[in-house]
Design a protein around this ligand. Structure first.
Ligand code: PYC
Length: 313
C-alpha cells in the first residue's frame, strides 16, 4: 500500500464523498466487478485507511478510480464505506462528477462510468449539479411483514436501486435530526430482523440499507426519508440508490408515471429530484443533486503507524 494517498473531498447535499485521485493499489486490467473482487480480497486495509478514523470518519464514503474496461466510459469506480464495499452510490457519483470537473479531468456534459453493478451516466453541469442515470431498479417484494425484536411488527418493500433496500412507510417517529438516535435504533432492529428471518434481495443479496419514509418538511418535496447505511451511519443526503429504489416501488404500485418528477427530501432537509423510464422488470431512474468540493489533501500512511489501515471494528 502506498504511503501517500491524494484525495479530493466533497459533499453531495450534505453526504460526504472522498475520491482517491492518486495512490490507489495497482490492479490488473478487468471489469469493475473483477477489480472489486481484488480490492475486497487483497486491499481491504486500503479501504479502511482512507475512510475510517483517524483519517476519515464513519459517515464518509470513498471512491477509488481505475481505467475503464469499456471504451466509451470515462472511468471505473468502486465505492466503499466504514465496513465494506458498495455496489453503486449515487450521491458518490454526483460527488465524483463534481470532483473530476474540479480536477480538470472532464468537461461539463454526459460521461459514462463503470460500476460493479453496471454502467451509469453522469450528466455534469458547470456549477456542480449532476444528474445520474442509474442502473435498472425494481421492486422485488411488496408488503413484506417482519417481527422485530424491539419495535413490533413492521411492513415494507424490498427493492434494488444499485444496493438492496428495505423501505418502510411511517415508522411512528418524526424524521428529524433530533430523532437520529432512535431512528438508527429502529432501522438497525429492522435490518437485524430481516437477516434473522432470511429475507434477502434477489439471488440472496443482503439487504444492507433500511429506508424510512414520512411526510416532507419542504413544500417542494414529495416525501422525506431517513436511510441507514450498512455501517450504522445515516445518509445525510436523500440517498440516490435509495431514491431509485423508492421510485421503482412507486412505479410498480402505479403511483409514478414515466418522466414525472419525484422530489425526495433528506433528514437534513436537502433534496434530490428524480424521474423514471419504465422497463420490463422495473425502471431506469435518474437522480439529480449538487455537490460541493470541501478539501484536497494527501493522506499519510506511515509504515510505523499502528493505525496505518485505520481503526477497524
Ligand atoms: O446515494 O446511493 C447513494 C448512497 C448509498 C450509500 C450512501 N449514499
Amino acid at each position: 500500500m502506498a504511503n501517500r494517498v491524494h484525495v479530493i473531498d466533497s459533499h453531495t447535499e450534505g453526504e460526504p464523498t472522498r475520491v482517491v485521485m492518486g495512490g490507489a493499489p495497482d490492479l490488473p486490467a478487468g471489469t469493475a466487478g473483477e477489480r472489486l473482487e481484488h480490492l475486497r480480497r487483497d486491499h481491504d486495509g486500503f479501504r479502511s485507511a482512507v475512510v475510517c478514523e483517524p483519517r476519515g470518519f464513519d459517515a464518509l464514503v470513498g471512491a477509488v478510480l481505475y481505467p475503464p474496461h469499456s471504451p466509451g466510459a470515462v472511468t471505473q469506480v468502486m465505492f466503499f464505506n466504514n465496513v465494506g464495499w458498495l455496489g453503486m452510490c449515487a450521491h458518490g457519483t454526483i460527488g465524483l462528477g463534481a470532483t473530476m470537473l474540479h480536477a480538470g479531468q472532464i468537461e461539463p456534459g454526459r460521461h459514462r462510468v463503470e460500476t460493479p453493478v453496471g454502467d451509469v451516466v453522469m450528466d455534469v453541469k458547470a456549477d456542480g449539479r449532476v444528474s445520474v442515470e442509474n442502473v435498472e431498479s425494481w421492486r422485488a417484494q411488496a408488503g413484506v411483514t417482519i417481527g422485530t425484536e424491539r419495535h413490533g411488527v413492521v411492513h415494507g418493500d424490498v427493492a434494488w436501486g444499485g444496493n438492496w433496500f428495505f423501505l418502510v412507510d411511517g415508522c411512528g417517529m418524526d424524521l428529524s435530526l433530533a430523532n437520529v438516535g432512535r431512528l438508527t435504533d429502529y432501522a438497525w432492529d429492522v435490518r437485524a430482523s430481516l437477516t434473522r428471518a432470511g429475507i434477502t434481495g434477489d439471488d440472496g443479496g443482503e439487504i444492507d440499507h433500511v429506508e424510512l419514509f414520512g411526510p416532507p418538511t419542504r413544500p417542494d418535496a414529495h416525501s422525506k426519508n431517513f436511510v441507514l447505511c450498512p455501517g450504522r451511519e445515516y445518509d445525510r443526503s436523500p440517498c440516490g440508490t435509495g431514491t431509485s429504489a423508492k421510485m421503482a416501488c412507486l412505479a410498480a404500485a402505479g403511483k409514478l408515471a414515466d418522466d414525472a418528477v419525484w422530489r425526495q427530501e433528506s433528514i437534513l432537509g436537502t433534496l434530490f429530484s428524480g424521474s423514471v423510464r419504465s422497463t420490463e422488470r422495473g425502471v431506469l431512474p435518474t437522480v439529480a443533486g449538487r455537490a460541493w468540493i470541501t478539501a484536497e489533501s494527501t493522506l499519510l500512511l506511515g509504515s510505523d503507524d499502528p493505525f496505518r489501515e485505520g481503526i477497524r471494528a
